[in-house]
Design a binder for this molecule. Structure first.
Ligand code: AMP
Ligand code: FE
Ligand code: FE
Ligand code: ZN
Length: 279
């Protein structure tokens, strides 16, 4: 089977509606797709309904904004109950942090002679409950300040960039516990992408596996080069955890992340399905 377990719709920072994304998955020859919008479950009902219509199995997912020692870490949750009180409360806090930092970013941009109005950003956010830097980037593109999201991140918005404002995120160990409490399966997204190896060295991943029963991590991801994938695959095998592969599709918002560009083996997906339990 062709299985892609990490995608984003415009309910967070992708560009497809949830239904469009599921139709695109079918056209890309996927049998299984997980919708994993940032810090929200709001797209899942629409995606699931479209999955039934077009014959694609839709896995309910979410990508939770976590942190370790102040550095951002993304945690994929599969099959977590959106009504689980602990997880739901933290997601509210994270989304407030997303909205709350917007004016700070816009102030910094204005001082850098890159004026963007809050209204222009909110037009990009639309109905999404999860305000992200990609929405700010899209408003910067429309205002003619940058060519695309990549330039907006490279010159201004990336972590540590001149217009970066940190936001609240959950400690990764606590995030894993909350996902489990909600009956979900916890898989760290792109653990060694974009310099993250310093944030999540092998000993730290091992600790999360032993002390918090981390279920697995992404190995095949576009932010991992072939050598990184080989090392992560070996580490997953030695820790006895699941190694997934996914596209991290964002519609037209991210190039080189087409649906199905990386996939997860059948046996790994079967194990994830088996572990999704009652909340
Ligand atoms: P935020 O959710 O506000 O923390 O912004 C992070 C999101 O921005 C990630 O989930 C990616 O979708 C996107 N992103 C991060 N770096 C880049 C980049 N260099 N180019 C385009 N999008 C990016
Ligand atoms: Fe994203
Ligand atoms: Fe991510
Ligand atoms: Zn993602």
């Amino acid at each position: 089977m062709r299985i892609d377990l990490h995608t984003h719709s415009f309910v967070s920072d992708g560009t497809d509606s949830p239904a469009e994304l599921v139709r695109a998955a079918e056209l890309a020859g996927l049998e299984v797709v997980a919708l994993t919008d940032h810090d929200t479950f709001d797209g899942l009902a629409e995606a699931a309904a479209e999955g039934v219509r077009v014959g694609v199995q839709v896995v309910g997912g979410m990508e939770l904004s976590c942190a370790r020692e102040g550095q951002s870490v993304h945690l994929l949750a599969y099959g977590a109950d959106p009504a689980s009180p602990g997880l739901a409360a933290e997601m509210v806090r994270v989304r407030s942090g997303r909205s709350g930092r917007l004016s700070g970013v816009l102030d910094l941009l204005a001082r850098l002679d890159v004026p963007v109005s809050e209204a222009a950003v909110m037009a990009e956010v639309g109905a999404s409950p999860s305000v992200g830097r990609p929405h700010i980037a899209d408003a910067m593109v429309k205002a003619g300040h940058v060519r695309d999201r990549t330039e907006a991140f490279d010159r201004f918005l990336a972590d540590g960039g001149p217009a970066h404002v940190p936001r609240y995120a959950i400690d990764i160990a606590r995030g894993i516990d909350l996902v489990h409490e909600a009956g979900g399966v916890a898989v760290i997204a792109h653990p060694w992408g974009r310099g993250r190896e310093q944030v999540l060295p092998p000993a730290v991943l091992e600790g999360l596996v032993h002390d918090h029963q981390l279920d697995g991590f992404e190995v095949d991801h576009q932010d991992h080069d072939p050598a990184t994938r080989r090392r992560l695959r070996r580490l997953a095998a030695s820790l006895g955890v699941l190694a997934t592969g996914s596209s991290d599709y964002h519609g037209t918002g991210k190039t080189n992340h087409d649906l199905g560009v990386n996939t997860t083996p059948d046996d790994v997906f079967a194990e994830i399905s088996a572990r999704i339990g009652p909340a």
